[in-house]
Each structure stands twice: as structure tokens, then as C-alpha cells.
Design a protein around this ligand. Structure first.
Ligand code: ZN
Ligand code: ZN
Length: 363
């Protein structure tokens, strides 16, 4: 079984049998992509517990040819209302209990689904695929590796070409960075690129404006590339001109916290303990109040996915999880620093995917 999608469907079937479900109806497009490789904007999948022989994929006419190439080894149905068509199929096939992704179905959607699946017991089965997605397989890690390498290359090139010179605006820099990621093969930026200079760097999720980069500023860049559906996520904060003492101090502090968080990334560790390891470093320096967000998040087919490395996070790390470690210290009105890597949890030490230096870069 060399096809990763086939392997993932086999893993999902184990979860279905454990729950006594005949099948699971997948309507979420990311989960659909994970299980089939389909990249269109409309489709659904009825994963049968017995095997791929009885599993049915559905999309509409626009994607018929694309689906024939992307989705192999499954029966294809062509219907606009794909999930409803599969629910009706489950009813005519005499299935007793089918699970549905209750976290993705609206209240109204459940009404129409129930009507379509007359006689079938619809069972809430949230997060079954998301649970599988927590631990990345080799195909996924390779996509993440490549997406991170694109971001590394784009930033290195931006700096080498003098793209972070005083006088440019945040928007100029954001467009430049995006263009370079696309030129290096990204399908799209992973999310809206953040460029925040001077006092704006103290705003964690600042949106780029016409503010001009000035000597003496911190400039904070949070960006990533999307490739094969996977997202990279990296933040670097640079100094424009020689850093002042306060800048060096908070930079070193955030770098120490980031290192502590990374060291804590080991299989079996509670996610909240990873957050605590980094947070403690910042609290010990008396700046706990200035670290206003969680330490990190899972990353994969979504830019933010489970697990959440935060005070309120639940669960433990496992080998193969892809996460960010991104502490920050934000001094309102003055400036802030965030340093973020994307990493994969491994048995020995985590695999670092974003490889741009974490030494304070002065441009
Ligand atoms: Zn980020
Ligand atoms: Zn992030």
C-alpha cells in the first residue's frame, strides 16, 4: 500500500470499526484532500468501514476530469450536492449507522442530510480525520519541509537584495516577500504576510500598512508558503541598524524562551508544559504580561490546527506532530519581538524545518 491516501483511509476505517459505524461521510475539503488527494472546491466522500471497494467519492461536473486523475481506486459519482448524494447512496445501500463530521455541519445542513439519508442513523463523529492528521506521515513532512525551505529562500533573497532598507513601506516589503515565495514555487502565501515595523512590531498580528521602515526600528516578518496544501510558518524580527540596549535585551529574552520551548518538544510531554517552559523564561525576566498569546500551534493542511501549545492546550505531544514555537515580547508603543519556527516532534530531538538563523540579524 504505497499510496498515502489509501493508507490514511485504512487508518480511518479502524476508527470507524471501533465506533461501530458502517461508514463516515466526509464533507470538509481539507479532510477530503487528506483522504483522496482531491484539490477541487466541491466534493464529498463516503468512507465505508469494509474497504475502498465500497467507498464512494463524489464531486460535480466541473471536476470530473481532475478527479479522475487525482482520486484513484474509488467509485466516482458526479452530483452537485455531493454530500447529500452520498447520504442518499448510504440509504439505498442499506447502511445502518453512518458518522458525519458534526464539527463542520451546520444546523440547517443536518436537516437536509437527515432528509437525504432516510432510514439511516446519522451519528455525530467529530474530529476522526483531524485526529489522524495530528501525526504527519512522510509525504506530509516532506511537503512541510519544502514549504519551509521556500520561506527560508525568500527571506534570504529579500535581505541579500536590500529589500529591508529604510524608506520602504510595510506593504512594499510584504508584496516583495510574497512575490519571492511564489517565484520559489509556493502555490500561495500560507496566510496574509505580516510586516510590522517600529512601534507596529509590538502588535502581534499587525496588518501591513504604508508605515515606512526607519533606522532604529525592529521589523517583524511573519510569513509562510503553501505547497501541496501544506503551510509553513516562520517569524523573524530584524533590527534596522545597530540595536539599542532595550532591543538586544528583549531579543535575547525571546530567543532564550524560544530555545526553551523547542527543548521541551519531546514525545509524551503535555502541550501546556511546552508553553510553560518558554513562558517561564519570560516571566522570570518580569515580562510575562508582555507575552500575550500561546506558544504555538499545529501546522499542516491548515495554518492553525491541533495541537494548541498554550496554557489551555489539551493532550500530549507525539512523534510526527508538526508544530510552531513562537514566543513573543511586545512593548506597547516601542516595539516587539517574535521568533517562530516550524518543527516536527521526533524521538530524539525535534526536526527544525525553518532554518533561517535566530541570531539577531542587523540590516
Ligand atoms: Zn507565524
Ligand atoms: Zn504561527
Amino acid at each position: 500500500m504505497s499510496d498515502p491516501h489509501e493508507r490514511r483511509r485504512a487508518a480511518l476505517r479502524t476508527a470507524l470499526r471501533d465506533r461501530g459505524l458502517d461508514a463516515l461521510l466526509i464533507g470538509d475539503l481539507r479532510n477530503l484532500r487528506y483522504l483522496t488527494g482531491f484539490t477541487g472546491s466541491n466534493g464529498a466522500l463516503l468512507v465505508h468501514a469494509d474497504g475502498d471497494d465500497r467507498t464512494v467519492f463524489c464531486t460535480d461536473g466541473r471536476y470530473k476530469e481532475q478527479a479522475a486523475k487525482q482520486v484513484r481506486g474509488l467509485e466516482h459519482l458526479i452530483e452537485r450536492a455531493s454530500a447529500l448524494a452520498l447520504a442518499a447512496r448510504a440509504a439505498t445501500a442499506g447502511l445502518r449507522a453512518i458518522g458525519f463530521e458534526s464539527q463542520h455541519v451546520t444546523v440547517d445542513g443536518l436537516d437536509t442530510l437527515t432528509a437525504a439519508a432516510a432510514g439511516v442513523d446519522l451519528v455525530r463523529a467529530a474530529h476522526l480525520v483531524e485526529t489522524l492528521r495530528l501525526v504527519k506521515d512522510d509525504t506530509e513532512v516532506e511537503a512541510l519541509r519544502q514549504a519551509c525551505a521556500i520561506a527560508d529562500s525568500a527571506l534570504a533573497e529579500l535581505i541579500a537584495d536590500g529589500g529591508l532598507r529604510p524608506g520602504r513601506t510595510e506593504r512594499d516589503v510584504a508584496l516583495d516577500l510574497d512575490r519571492r515565495m511564489l517565484a520559489h514555487g509556493a502555490v500561495a502565501p500560507a496566510f496574509d504576510t505580516i510586516v510590522a515595523t517600529g512601534p507596529n512590531s509590538a502588535i502581534p498580528h499587525h496588518q501591513p500598512t504604508d508605515a515606512v521602515l526607519r533606522t532604529g526600528d525592529f521589523v517583524k516578518l511573519d510569513f509562510g508558503a503553501q505547497l501541496h496544501g501544506y503551510h509553513s510558518d516562520m517569524t523573524r524580527t530584524l533590527a534596522l541598524g545597530d540595536p539599542a540596549d532595550w532591543q538586544q535585551e528583549i531579543y535575547d529574552l525571546v530567543a532564550a524562551a524560544q530555545s526553551a520551548g523547542t527543548t521541551a518538544l519531546t514525545p509524551g510531554t503535555e502541550v501546556r508544559a511546552v508553553d510553560a517552559a518558554a513562558r517561564q523564561v519570560i516571566e522570570d525576566a518580569g515580562r510575562g504580561e508582555q507575552f500575550v498569546h500561546g506558544l504555538g500551534h499545529g501546522v499542516g493542511l491548515q495554518i492553525h490546527e491541533a495541537p494548541s501549545l498554550a496554557k489551555t492546550g489539551e493532550g500530549r505531544l507525539s512523534a510526527g506532530m508538526a508544530v510552531t514555537v513562537e514566543p513573543g515580547v511586545y512593548v506597547s508603543g516601542l516595539g516587539g519581538v517574535r521568533i517562530e519556527d516550524t518543527l516536527v516532534v521526533r524521538d530524539a530531538q525535534p526536526e527544525l524545518l525553518t532554518q533561517t538563523t535566530k541570531q539577531l540579524m542587523v540590516v
